[in-house]
Structure formats: structure tokens, C-alpha cells
Design a protein around this ligand. Structure first.
Ligand SMILES: Nc1ncnc2c1ncn2[C@@H]1O[C@H](COP(=O)(O)OP(=O)(O)O)[C@@H](O)[C@H]1O
Ligand SMILES: O=C(O)[C@@H](COP(=O)(O)O)OP(=O)(O)O
Length: 311
């Protein structure tokens, strides 16, 4: 009841908490369902106006969801109405595992965190953290490539030939292999527990991840790329300004990072994994959300899900 005394806003009540109605929050769920941000805010404002007209002081989350759903239908947003509800049921019923791959600097961490916040998935794990854990359990003598970066791993190969066109990719593949053990372990754990996670980083290489996971419908692969060298370089510059990751290291190895990027894209294409150009954050997030939502929409329909059942 505390909010009633400090705000004039309608209070939205849930089982364990209550909070003032927020147009921003509602608009966010609507954009997750595919509505354009500009339309979503106007729509959320309309919902608030309707609630005020009805002189409501408090509304349950359940009733609010119901109102939003039927307003979407009556405003000819039927597609969005379905998607608006689907995430609630999906996350209740399934574990959702999203794997976001791409070479260093293309934006996998940034996009993974955005997706997690939009979808209400609370766990995001970077493959560089998994690599760190693997380093503690596998000695450098056994797998020296694990102690390198993806783009310097070639240096740890035995008797390498600097003229070999495949040298950098061979190093990258040997670097990725032990990290995959950790990635697959996390996926298995989430599937067993029914929890959701987004795993992101350069070690998500579709062709090296066991076929078993490609055949599980709630494991979704996404690959990010940047075709423009200039934009890609600028991303390292931007990142160096806000972190301790030295710019020189990435620029010095840029040609190798580009080769790895090309390899990941080719590998993704041949495994039918969607490849997304990460130019604008909002477009990339929207594109990823569309892929993920459509996949679950299909799965949900196959399972005979009825939208009305949860409102
Ligand atoms: N779509 C984008 N538009 C502009 N900047 C971006 C975009 N995606 C990522 N960035 C920025 O680029 C830099 C590298 O992104 P990051 O997510 O750290 O890459 P990765 O995890 O793939 O190495 C960061 O400074 C990030 O804020
Ligand atoms: O090995 C690599 O390519 C990067 C991956 O991390 P991101 O750049 O993708 O965050 O790690 P590094 O060893 O440079 O810290």
C-alpha cells in the first residue's frame, strides 16, 4: 500500500509486489512483441488514459495484461497481441537458451544484455568467463591454446607453418574446443533445471557445437557480424574508452579477427544459423527478437497453445 501515499498513479498489483503503472515498462514489453517504439509509447499512453477514465486506483497485473491484450486486438494489432502474451507462457513452460556468437568486437555482449533485459532472462554468461573457468581446470601444458585469445591461439600450435593459409583458423578452432565443454555443460544444466540463459561470445561456433543442441527447439543460435572494417575498428575504439581492454591489441590483430569473423559467418550460414549485421543496436535487437519470438510462436502453436488460456 506504500505507493498510494506517494504517487497519484494507478497501482499495479501482483502476488508478491506492487508498483506504480509505468508507460515505459509497458511500451518496452510491446516493443519486445514487435511494435515500433514510437507506436508502443503512444499505445501505452492510451492504456493509461483508459485506466484514468475508469477512475481506477489499483489494478492487478492480470487485469492489466487482459486490457492490453484486448486493446491490441481492437486496434488491429492482432499479431502483436499474440506475441505480447507469448513470452509469459514460454518462460513459464520452457527453458530458453539463446546462444549469441560473433568474433571479438562485433557486439555479442552488448546485444546479449539487451535481449536479456527485453525478454526478462536474468542470466547472461560470456564465453570468456567460461574460458577463465576452463583455464583453472586444464593446465597450460595440456592445452596451451586455451591460454591465448581467439586471435593469438595460432601461436600455441606445434610446429606451425606461417605460410599456411589456415593457420589462424586452426588456432581459433583449437582455442574454442575446450570452451565448448563448458558451454555445453551450462546448456545441459539449464535444460535439466528448466532455467533460461543467454550465452554470448566468440566461442559460440555453430559447427562445433554438438548436433544434439541444434535439434532442440528451445536452443536458439544467433550470429552477429560487422561487414564494415571501419565500423568494426571503431567498436574497439569505443570499448577501449570504457574498459581496460587495450585498443592496440585488437587493432594489431585486426586482420586475424576479420578472418575469424568470416569463418564464423560461413560456418553459421552452412548450419542455417541467422547472421545479423550489428549496425544499429535497436535494429539488431529487434531482428533478434523477431527470430526468437517467431521460433517460439511456431513451437507454441505446434504444442496447441491458446493465447486466451493465460489471460
Ligand atoms: N549496434 C551497436 N552500435 C554501436 N555500438 C555498439 C553496437 N554494438 C556494440 N557496440 C559497442 O561496441 C563495442 C564492442 O561491443 P561488445 O559488446 O563489447 O563486443 P563483443 O562482446 O562482441 O566483443 C562496445 O563499446 C559496445 O558498446
Ligand atoms: O579471445 C578473444 O577473442 C576475446 C573474446 O572476448 P570479446 O572481445 O568477444 O569480449 O578475449 P580476449 O582474450 O581478447 O580478452
Amino acid at each position: 500500500m506504500i505507493f498510494d501515499t506517494i504517487t497519484d498513479k494507478i497501482i499495479v498489483t501482483a502476488k508478491d509486489y506492487e508498483m506504480p503503472f509505468s508507460k515505459g515498462l509497458l511500451a518496452r514489453s510491446l516493443t519486445t512483441a514487435g511494435m515500433k517504439p514510437s507506436e508502443a509509447y503512444i499505445f501505452a499512453r492510451g492504456i493509461e488514459a483508459d485506466l484514468n477514465t475508469d477512475s481506477l486506483k489499483r489494478i492487478s497485473k492480470y487485469e492489466l495484461r487482459q486490457r492490453v491484450y484486448y486493446s491490441l486486438i481492437s486496434d488491429d494489432y492482432e499479431d502483436i497481441a499474440d506475441k505480447y502474451l507469448i513470452w509469459r507462457r514460454i518462460l513459464k513452460k520452457h527453458s530458453v537458451i539463446i546462444l549469441v556468437g560473433g568474433s571479438s568486437g562485433v557486439g555479442t555482449s552488448t546485444i546479449a544484455f539487451e535481449l536479456a533485459s527485453r525478454l526478462g532472462i536474468s542470466s547472461v554468461i560470456g564465453t570468456d568467463s567460461i574460458r577463465e573457468v576452463m583455464r583453472r581446470s586444464i593446465s597450460k601444458d595440456v592445452v596451451p591454446m586455451l591460454y591465448e585469445s581467439s586471435y593469438t591461439a595460432w601461436r600455441a600450435l606445434r610446429n606451425y607453418d606461417e605460410e599456411d593459409d589456415e593457420l589462424y583458423i586452426q588456432g581459433f578452432l583449437r582455442h574454442v574446443e575446450p570452451v565448448l565443454l563448458g558451454i555445453e555443460g551450462i546448456i545441459d544444466r539449464c535444460l535439466t533445471e528448466g532455467t533460461s540463459v543467454i550465452i554470448e561470445g566468440t566461442h559460440i561456433l555453430p559447427g562445433m557445437i554438438s548436433d544434439k543442441y541444434h535439434n532442440i527447439p528451445n536452443v536458439i543460435f544467433l550470429t552477429l557480424t560487422l561487414s564494415s572494417e571501419n565500423v568494426h575498428k571503431k567498436r574497439f575504439i569505443a570499448r577501449a574508452k570504457v574498459s581496460d581492454r587495450p585498443l592496440e591489441r585488437y587493432l594489431e590483430n585486426f586482420e586475424i579477427i576479420k578472418d575469424i569473423n568470416k569463418y564464423i559467418v560461413k560456418d553459421s550460414n552452412s548450419h542455417l544459423v541467422p547472421v545479423i549485421e550489428n549496425v544499429s543496436i535497436s535494429d539488431t535487437v529487434q531482428e533478434c527478437l523477431e527470430i526468437v519470438t517467431n521460433k517460439f510462436n511456431t513451437l507454441d502453436k505446434e504444442e496447441g497453445g491458446e493465447m486466451e488460456e493465460i489471460i
